[in-house]
Design a protein around this ligand. Sequence first.
Ligand code: SF4
Length: 379
Amino acid sequence: MKELGLYIHMPFCSQKCHYCDFASFAGAEGKIKDYMDGLIVELDAWKLKLEDYKIKSVFIGGGTPTIVPIQEMDRLLEHLYRNFTFNDNTEFSIEGNPGTFDKEKLDFYKASGINRMSIGFQAWQDKLLSSLGRVHSQKQFIENYRLAREAGFENINVDLMFGLPNQTMDQWKETLQRIVELCPDHISAYSLKIEEGTRFGNLYDQGLLDLPTEELDRAMYEYAIGFLKANKYNHYEISNFAQEGKACIHNKVYWNNEEYVGIGLNAHSYLNKHRFSNTGNLDAYIAQMKSHGEAMIENIPVSQEDEMAETMFLGLRMMRGISIQGFQQRFGINPVMKYEKKIKKMMALGLIEVDEKCIRLSRKGIDLSNQVFMEFLPD
Ligand code: SF4
């Protein structure tokens, strides 16, 4: 049987963070039941197409999936288990924000086969948390983290952000130090991106956002790499660090350009050389699932040329890079030959490195990764 990853989107949040442009809504909890009905219909629609597949990873992301009441989540999980085939060791993650889950929910997740918690935290200092529009405090995070451990979760990710308005290097160092003391299995550390249409985006346009300089942002990233490495976290993707054996299987599905199905609002899928995406309009999603059982707005065939290019720029996100042999086995062509001109250009700029086994980003290439990824887009 073939394998794939499954993503399930939960677009509900307690409040909207100031930087967030994800498909998530505050104050929409009244729509949870209808939305879950829609997800179940969508699972049914995929069932036949996935008969030959085993699910190797599930990621319930958001939004804040931990807002969803146990009864509703139970309905969905029960349907999922009843209708799909799983690996013996499927990685099953749920994203949660502090203050939105408790012992009862954690016990339920654990009993339902969810084996990985991904907790959104972002910064150690309450002042920074509230300036980001986060709904929780540092104390709530610590309590929730400990509860998750007590409930038996042996695989916990903590999301952090740097390059925040008014954030100092000392605050970032304190964040990393305190998090490492808690020993999570996995840490994601992203540089803040200012997105159009968000509260931060509007403040930025008005010149009212006091962001760290580019130099400080890069120094924070550099510090994280060194500090986390010294504390036995393997830097395995541009923004992701994991203890031995705890790299995220689900995210590696994306970075290895493998097949996955996404259900729910704004979810994307990649199956049988097609990319699909759903509507990002919550009411339209619910109405369309109810009326005709699908909410797809895009179905794009992926040519071999596109697939090779995607495999290159997704694979380069991983620090080990792209296996030359793996690429050759998949596409019947050596990537160094296929992209000879582009690779030579990127090497001359010091952005990528090539040895007999792999093509990978250099340290400079990590900072300028978008430039490298653009280079591999099909002409
Ligand atoms: S909790 Fe996450 S998804 Fe929800 S608004 Fe904040 S950043 Fe966005």
